[in-house]
Design a protein around this ligand. Structure first.
Ligand code: FES
Length: 284
């Protein structure tokens, strides 16, 4: 931490690309991260790099199924067999809407000891939504001891289940990130694959979310809490002006669906097209 309250930090999560999502079981992964790995694979199937350079939909589907197979619990594999067996099961009419979903939303996760259940709403192109339940179990023995793996995926409702509790969605630069109500916006944006609430040098030189440096400023439209007096005061300091509709993402909590724009300045301030921030601004 410098005298100005700026600390050097490693925002490695901020640079996560779709290719960086978890591929293998790991005892460090929470059950929600395991489900997120699946929904991320579904959302990003078309965008993920293919070593062959192909954009073949069949290959995109294979990438989804391989992620699922990698996290399948032994009981799941016993039920469906090898990869071909799992692939056949997951592309039948029950699971096809999930694998081919245009968008997927995760509801809150219910963790009880070594078992966890999370509802997932799949929205395929044809508009015929389906609600699934991912059942996960923490492994007590074997190769993946300590890891959360998928024991079952059940379709529980044709359409959006009345029991599905929608979580706020944060739209950010082409990403849709679901989060808990009350989540700090900065934390949510840092989870956006390949995106960040910071620009340039502030990726590594910022105050770590303490509301001091002003570099996490973003334009927010939607349901968030009101700014505190302290946040208002920070946003009145140059290069911010206090009246440019910005919020400090580290001081903002998500209350409902929001969309976020990060402007180009080092501090996330508006910068006119074609003009770079002045040296004076950069020095602040
Ligand atoms: S991270 Fe420094 S003000 Fe938000």
């Amino acid at each position: 931490m410098t005298d100005d309250g700026i600390e050097l930090r490693d925002d490695s999560d901020a640079d996560r690309s779709p290719n960086d999502r978890p591929r293998e079981p790991d005892p460090e992964l929470t059950p929600e991260q395991v489900v997120e790995a699946q929904t991320s694979a579904i959302r990003n199937a078309d965008r993920e790099g293919d070593p062959t350079g192909s954009s073949d939909p069949q290959r995109a589907q294979d990438r989804i199924l391989r992620t699922l197979f990698a996290f399948a619990a032994p009981a799941f594999r016993r039920r469906h067999g090898d990869f071909e067996g799992v692939a056949a099961a997951m592309t039948n009419p029950i699971y096809r809407p999930l694998v081919a979903a245009e968008t997927v939303e995760r509801g809150p996760i219910d963790v009880d000891g070594d078992r966890a259940v999370q509802k997932v709403l799949a929205r395929p192109e044809d508009g015929r939504d389906r609600t699934y339940e991912f059942v996960l179990e923490r492994q007590s023995t074997g190769e993946h001891e300590g890891c959360w793996l998928i024991a079952a995926i059940d379709m529980v409702y044709v359409g959006e289940s009345p029991a599905f509790q929608r979580r706020p969605t944060v739209e950010f630069d082409g990403r849709a990130i679901t989060c808990e109500e009350g989540a700090t916006l900065r934390d949510v944006l840092l989870r956006a694959e390949g995106r960040s609430p910071y620009n340039d040098v502030s990726q590594v030189a910022n105050c770590g979310g303490n509301g001091l440096c002003g570099t996490c400023a973003v334009e927010v439209c939607g349901d968030v809490d009101d700014p505190s007096e302290r946040e208002r005061r920070r946003l009145e300091l140059p290069p911010h002006s206090g009246d440019d509709d910005l919020r400090l993402s580290c001081r903002t909590t998500v209350q409902g669906d929001v969309s976020v724009v990060k402007h180009d300045g080092v501090f996330g301030q508006h910068v006119a097209d074609g003009s770079a921030p002045s040296d004076e601004e950069d020095d602040r």
